[in-house]
Design a protein around this ligand. Structure first.
Ligand SMILES: Nc1ncnc2c1ncn2[C@@H]1O[C@H](COP(=O)(O)OP(=O)(O)OP(=O)(O)O)[C@@H](O)[C@H]1O
Ligand SMILES: O=P(O)(O)OC[C@H]1O[C@H](OP(=O)(O)OP(=O)(O)O)[C@H](O)[C@@H]1O
Ligand SMILES: [Mg+2]
Length: 288
């Protein structure tokens, strides 16, 4: 089976890191190779422009692919978004010059008719502008949108923002948020019927396992017999905490899983209930 992944750009490194955790490690090959074998027998990586991945997965170039939700929306490709990933997070916004007396879309609508908006997201922009009833001309570009207003090539832009540094640097401000974006695993509509269906299914299961393990920790602790009930009732768990007898004392080892964000609270409660020797361990995968 083939997995389409970005051949460069912001999503490439996090995608490779994610795949390594899934168990798909690219095997050394020519640096310029666009088709790469991996440590997972029968799984090949195909390197493509992030923007092209939705259409190419629709066309059957790969069973699944990793790209941005923004590009899936923009392309209108007939693919399924199978797994929402926890990287590549950003927003698509409408931005205007900071010195404009415009704070929101209503102000912009009042300002003038026929403004020019530079963007690489033509379809997203068109749909949005129709929805908010702004009469604009879209100037289609393929990058560097932020510089267009100062060059006089456009009045405003629709572009991707994460920290907002680039907007600020070019004297622009966001006045509306159009779309939240993130990396996604997409699938060809027909993969389930392909010869590779079984392998694809297993890869997807492992991908989901990695995502649901993120942000979770495994906790081990020792608890005396007399405190066992109190400690167990203080703990969160996927189903319920596990217990096993310690070999030499009248005590137990209690094991559970908790959200990393809740760890300080969970540990404090367990300690107060009588737990000791608390050990926190990373989880690699949680397969449901
Ligand atoms: N701060 C950000 N700026 C741009 N894109 C981001 C950001 N954060 C996440 N992304 C996402 O990364 C993807 C952009 O990847 P893409 O490879 O097309 O562009 P790039 O990383 O800017 O590289 P290049 O423009 O050099 O080709 C999009 O899906 C986008 O939503
Ligand atoms: O809100 P910020 O954190 O400033 O990020 C936004 C910037 O990041 C992207 O460019 P990228 O760095 O990917 O380079 P590019 O212009 O070559 O696409 C995007 O096109 C913006 O310019
Ligand atoms: Mg870019």
């Amino acid at each position: 089976m083939k997995v389409a992944i970005p051949n460069k750009g912001r999503l490439q490194q996090p995608t490779l890191q994610f795949l390594t955790q899934v168990g798909i490690k690219p095997l050394a090959s020519d640096e310029r190779a666009l088709m790469i074998p991996t440590s997972w027998d029968g799984v090949q990586l195909v390197m493509m422009r992030t923007e092209d991945i939705p259409n190419l997965v629709e066309a059957g170039a790969a069973e699944i692919g990793i790209t941005g939700h923004d590009y899936v929306t923009e392309s209108k490709a007939d693919v399924e978004e199978l797994i929402k990933l926890d990287f590549g997070k950003a927003k698509i916004v409408l931005a205007v010059p900071q010195n404009w007396d415009v704070e929101n879309v209503e102000d912009l609508r009042r300002k003038k008719n026929g403004i020019r908006i530079a963007t690489k997201y033509y379809n997203i922009a068109k749909e949005y502008l129709d929805k908010v009833d702004i009469d604009a001309k879209i100037v289609k570009i393929s990058g560097a949108a932020e510089v267009m207003p100062s060059l006089g090539a456009a009045d405003a832009i629709i572009d991707v923002v994460s920290t907002g540094t680039t907007l600020k640097l070019h004297g622009l401000k966001s006045i509306d948020e159009i779309l939240q974006t993130y990396a996604v695993v997409i699938g060809n509509k027909y993969w389930m019927k392909s010869e590779e269906a079984e392998r694809v299914n297993l890869v997807l299961t492992m991908m989901k396992g990695v995502i649901s393990a993120r942000g979770r920790k495994m906790i081990f602790m020792n608890v005396d017999d007399s405190k066992l009930e109190d400690v167990i009732s203080s703990l969160p768990a996927m189903l319920s905490p596990a217990i096993s007898r310690l070999s030499k004392t009248n005590a137990w080892e209690v094991i559970t899983v908790a959200e990393e964000s809740q760890l300080p609270e969970v540990i404090a409660k367990a300690k107060a209930a009588g737990a000791r020797d608390i050990v926190v361990v990373n989880i690699e995968k949680v397969v449901k």
